[in-house]
Each structure stands twice: as structure tokens, then as C-alpha cells.
Design a protein around this ligand. Structure first.
Ligand code: COA
Length: 253
């Protein structure tokens, strides 16, 4: 535990991140995964401040995003990620060194291992941190999609489709839940697009999410899955490796 720097304190207050324990930052204990939830809506006035935290490489990536709101959300997400990692490491946000694995998964390049993953959907961002092993997180706002039928056909296996289509009132919610199961797993293993989502089959049995099969056969780790919701409109999944992990929700909204 340590005191936050004044600079970081201000930034966190600006972002509405009121940290717990009277100004003390939580320590990432062994066997814990921390999930932070941050709204990146309405941060336009702080963009300049947030942008100043990014590296040249990160700044260059802003233009990859087509729309202003997606650019802003990228800036805010990267800045908050830097701030949170700097607080875990007790260094300046600009000193946080990150790299990217071959399929794009970012990792921390420091002696102290902190595994992390982030997801952003419609103004809300979730960050997962673990000291023990890889994590993947995915968040989606549950929303009407004009191409929902094609997405279901393309991304779900026959068994999953049967479950999702069984109850028309629950179709959208169930589709997004399964989407985040798959995305969070793909993000945990760092594969991104290489493994198409219909190669994975998930099931929910007595409230427990199970990965039933992976056709490509790699990744034997004993992955665990934890579903969560945000604000009534968002559904998300955390994928993590070790058993017995304590999940701490640092910023529920
Ligand atoms: C890379 C990918 C996993 C990102 O997912 P997304 O839903 O577009 O975006 P999210 O907000 O959830 O996550 C983006 C973050 O994931 C991280 N990321 C990037 N590549 C990653 C990878 N290969 N593995 C894990 N995390 C990755 C980055 O931090 C990225 O943030 P940035 O865009 O600000 O740099 C996604 O583009 C992808 O490859 N998906 C393929 C699987 C698919 O089609 N799933 C449909 C499920 S039904």
C-alpha cells in the first residue's frame, strides 16, 4: 500500500475514480483478480490531459480509429490503463512499459509480473489485473443488431444456437453473453481473430460457464469463467487460469 501521487490523484478524481481505503491503493494479492470499471463518457474536457500520458506509439495509433468518439475512448482507456498500472507498480504513468504479443495482446514489460486485459463498449471500459496468470475480459452493451441472425449463425455452434434461439425474449441477451464468453477466452489466450468463434463451444450448466470444446486443440489450461453485468445494459465475462482466484470488483458502477 502506498500514497498516490498528487498528479495521479487529480487525474483519478477527474475521471470520477474515487479510490478505496482513504487514498490508499489496493495491493494485487496472490490469487486475486481485480476488475476496474470506468466510464469514459463525457471526458472530452480532459482529453488533452489524458493524451499527455500516452507514448508516441500510442498517440500514433489514435488515427487508426475512424470516429472521434472511438478515438477519445481509446485515449481515455490507454490513459486509465497507464494510471492503474502505475499505481500497482508505484511508478509514474509514463514509465509504464508495455509491449504487444504477436496477435496484438498487450503485456506489461516490467520485472514484476502483472497480467492484464481490457475491454471497451459504448463508453464503458473494464480492466482486469492479475499477478498470477493471463486474463481475458470482454464487455458488450446489449443492443439490437440488424444482422443478429447472421451473427448467431456465424459465431455459435449448433448446441449454442439451440440455447440462444430457444426463447425469443432472451435471444439478444444470450447471444451477447456467449459472445463475451468467447471473446474473453480468445483474449485470455491472446489469439484474437485466429481462432474463429464457432470453433469454441460453451455451455451454462447450473449457472456455471463451461468450455466444452476447442476444435483447434491448443490451450489446455484449466480456464475459469466469471460473468458479470454492468448498469443493467452491459454483460461481460472474465477468463482466468488458476483455481481459487478471488475476484475483487474495484469499481462497480
Ligand atoms: C482483438 C479483439 C479480441 C478485440 O476485441 P474487441 O471486442 O474488438 O475490443 P475490446 O474493447 O473488447 O478489446 C480491445 C483491447 O483488447 C486488447 N487486445 C488487442 N489484441 C488482443 C489479443 N490478440 N488478445 C487479447 N487482447 C487483445 C487491447 O488492449 C485492445 O485495446 P485497444 O484497442 O485500445 O488497443 C478482437 O478484435 C478479435 O480479434 N476478435 C476475434 C474474435 C471474434 O470475432 N469474436 C466474436 C465472438 S462471437
Amino acid at each position: 500500500m502506498f500514497e498516490k501521487s498528487e498528479y495521479t490523484d487529480t487525474l483519478l478524481r477527474v475521471l470520477g475514480l474515487d479510490l478505496p481505503s482513504k487514498g490508499k491503493f489496493p495491493t494485487l494479492e496472490q490469487g486475486e483478480v481485480h476488475i476496474w470499471t470506468v466510464s469514459v463518457q463525457g471526458i472530452e474536457e480532459q482529453l488533452h490531459h489524458l493524451k499527455s500520458l500516452l507514448t508516441e506509439e500510442e498517440t500514433a495509433k489514435i488515427s487508426f480509429y475512424k470516429f472521434e468518439h472511438t478515438q477519445n475512448s481509446y485515449i481515455a482507456t490507454q490513459a486509465v490503463l497507464r494510471v492503474l498500472l502505475s499505481l500497482y507498480l508505484d511508478i509514474n504513468p509514463r514509465e509504464v512499459q508495455m509491449g504487444a504479443r504477436s496477435k496484438g495482446k498487450p503485456f506489461l514489460n516490467h520485472d514484476r509480473p502483472i497480467f492484464f486485459n481490457i475491454s471497451n463498449s459504448d463508453g464503458l471500459c473494464v480492466f482486469a489485473f492479475s499477478g498470477d496468470g493471463e486474463v481475458g475480459i470482454d464487455l458488450e452493451r446489449i443492443r439490437e443488431m440488424p444482422d443478429i441472425e447472421q451473427l448467431i449463425q456465424k459465431n455459435l455452434t449448433s448446441r449454442e444456437k439451440e440455447y440462444v434461439l430457444k426463447d425469443p425474449d432472451k435471444k439478444l441477451l444470450r447471444f451477447f453473453r456467449f459472445w463475451t464468453f468467447k471473446e474473453s477466452y480468445l483474449k485470455a489466450i491472446g489469439e484474437g481473430m485466429r481462432l474463429t468463434p464457432d470453433n469454441l463451444e460453451f455451455s451454462v450448466e447450473k449457472g456455471k460457464i463451461r468450455l466444452r470444446s476447442v476444435n483447434y486443440g491448443f490451450e489446455g489450461a484449466d480456464w475459469q469463467f466469471k460473468e458479470f453485468t454492468r448498469d443493467g445494459n452491459y454483460t461481460g465475462t472474465l477468463t482466468f487460469a488458476p483455481r481459487g482466484t478471488r475476484i475483487r470488483e474495484m469499481m462497480p458502477i
